[in-house]
Ligand binder design. Structure first.
Ligand SMILES: [Zn+2]
Length: 557
């Protein structure tokens, strides 16, 4: 019975070790202190073949011991001490006289770790990068250095490319603003094919020549890719990406709207019922807060200067971070700016900060406008309706209401108690108006419909620009290739240089633009891949070599 039980336990342990068929568990050494188990194993292979001539060898030369790291057990590191045989190869025509027996699937001839551990570490390296991977490997009780992880990635082979029928091409920033690469994505599987190290026409043309068979090529509007594609795959159909077409169109409209700020202001003003109500005054940050933030800015500015000085004196990033007690990322950020990066205050901060009171403001306002200005009573009333915020919050709000009316009375010199409105419209900027016009009609609010109609009445040029924009978005979204020529004529004969230029650009890229109106293929999958690429780059703190980035990107897709 006892033997049976022990036999079962040995059987279980053997199953946890690599290749139970050819390797036998002999003994173990447990180091509780170091959390390490040294497992002693021996080869029991019956048939051993020479690695050179593949013939079976029979004569043992000697025994040979190897040490291999393996996958951890619970929180124990596993080290396998493996005894294998050295054999004579007796084949006369074979060059190899003595060899060490191989254990299939367990390890490479000179490796220091088992294949399955190496595979797991490679995955860790691919998904978390060198620095994070080294930390994670420690947590997982198979600690290795960052360099080991990076060399594991560089040893992985990238699977051979199957040339796709539909290929999406776009550029991406490798080092922001300094170096760009090109990403190629299979538009049928949405998987990345490869990253090219630049965005030159020749590089793309070369790749296409080496991988013939692409039938459809999707791209942005750049001349570079157009040339690269025409040279590399002259028979493929080029498709201008619809998203990029609409983006270019939006840029045109925004520039035209930006020339009509007066009209935008007029439309914006018209949407606020000035005669019936006055707008509540915005919250102004208190002086103490302003002073505090000025001091904080001074401190940050001093650090910014120190960072640059130390760097000029040849300090390493890490040393600077440690010396000044700041994060590495902040040091990088400061170094990447040649001018002090000011904190950008959020344009709607204060206004957009959510308050417990928000849901009760309409009630408070309504009561206020009817003459109820007793804060305590208002507070009690909304408490009964479920308000759980503080009295001070309500008091601050009624104070603002009182101040608003006071200011307004002072400005107008009248004693009228005007009702207050707390509706906050975001300002009607050229950009906001642009996206209002670009949006699908069924996704616009009623207010937006009115604003667009108002804009068109303000100036004939605005009316023409909005009509042209909506005409083009319609033919792109509904895929109406037969209307393209009509639209191009309208745009060319408009009085707006910007639209003429846009139409001229479309004419120069006519075939690809027209093709985009006759297909469902788009560069959407490329955008998705670029987002994943950005995440990877951020993880690598922008220091990765191009080869490493490419491997991680392709192998984790
Ligand atoms: Zn041999």
């Amino acid at each position: 019975m006892v033997m049976n039980r022990i036999g079962k336990i040995v059987e279980l342990l053997t199953q946890l070790l690599p290749n139970p068929e050819h390797l036998q568990l002999q003994n173990y050494e447990l180091d509780v202190e170091q959390r390490q188990i040294r497992v002693l194993m021996e080869s029991v292979q019956q048939i051993v073949r020479c690695p050179v001539c593949d013939q079976v060898a029979h004569r043992v030369h000697s025994l040979y011991e190897r040490t291999l790291a393996d996958l951890p057990w619970a929180d124990y590191q596993i080290v396998i001490q493996l005894t294998v045989g050295k054999f004579f190869c007796d084949q006369e025509r074979c060059d190899r006289k003595i060899f060490t027996e191989r254990i299939a699937g367990v390890m490479a001839p000179w490796a220091r770790r088992t294949k399955r551990l190496a595979a797991q570490l490679s995955e860790i390296a691919l998904y978390t990068g060198g620095e994070g991977g080294a930390k994670l490997s420690k947590t997982l009780h198979c600690e290795v250095s960052q360099n080991t992880l990076l060399s594991l990635i560089s040893r992985q082979s990238i699977p051979a490319v199957k040339t796709p029928k539909a290929l999406g091409v776009d550029d991406f920033a490798f080092r922001r603003g300094q170096r760009y690469g090109t990403i190629l994505v299979d538009l049928e599987t949405n998987r990345p094919i490869v990253l090219l190290p630049d965005r030159e026409a020749d590089t793309l043309a070369e790749w296409l020549k080496e991988h013939p068979g692409v039938e459809v090529l999707s791209r942005d509007r750049s001349k570079t890719y157009r040339q690269g594609m025409t040279r590399g795959a002259p028979n493929a159909t080029q498709v201008a990406d619809r998203f990029h077409l609409l983006k270019n169109l939006a840029e045109v409209l925004e520039r035209i709207l930006a020339m009509h700020t007066q009209q935008l202001k007029a439309v914006e003003a018209a949407q606020i019922p000035v005669n019936d109500a006055i707008m509540i005054a915005p919250v102004v940050p208190r002086l103490a807060i302003q002073e505090r933030s000025a001091k904080a800015r001074e401190r940050r500015f001093a650090k910014y200067e120190q960072v640059h000085q130390l760097r000029q004196q040849g300090w390493e990033i890490l040393e600077i971070a440690r010396h000044l007690g700041m994060g590495k990322r902040t040091v990088y950020r400061y170094l990447s700016h040649s001018k002090f990066p000011e904190w950008q205050p959020h344009p709607h901060r204060g206004r957009s900060q959510r308050s417990q009171l928000d849901a009760y403001k309409p009630y408070v306002l309504n009561q206020w406008n009817q003459g109820q200005s007793n804060t305590k009573q208002l507070f009690e009333e909304i408490q009964q309706q479920g308000y759980r915020g503080s009295y001070q919050t309500v008091a601050r709000y009624t104070h603002r209401l009182r101040q608003t009316q006071k200011q307004h009375r002072a400005q107008l010199g009248v004693q009228l108690q005007l009702p207050i409105s707390d509706l906050q419209h975001p300002p009607l900027t050229a950009r906001r108006a642009t996206w209002m016009v670009m949006r699908r009609a069924d996704q616009r609010t009623d207010v937006e419909q009115v604003l667009i109609a108002d804009l068109k009445t303000q100036h004939p040029e605005l009316a023409a620009a909005i009509d042209l924009t909506q005409g083009f978005t319609k033919l792109v979204r509904e895929r109406l290739p037969q209307q393209l020529d009509i639209w191009l004529d309208q745009a060319m004969s408009s009085s707006m240089k910007l639209f003429q230029g846009f139409a001229q650009g479309l004419k120069e890229d006519y075939a690809a633009v027209k093709a985009s109106l006759m297909t469902d293929i788009s560069n959407g999958p490329v955008e998705g891949n670029i987002n994943r690429l950005k995440l990877l780059k951020r993880q690598m703190y922008g220091r990765a070599s191009f080869d490493l980035l490419n491997r991680r990107f392709i192998l984790t897709s």
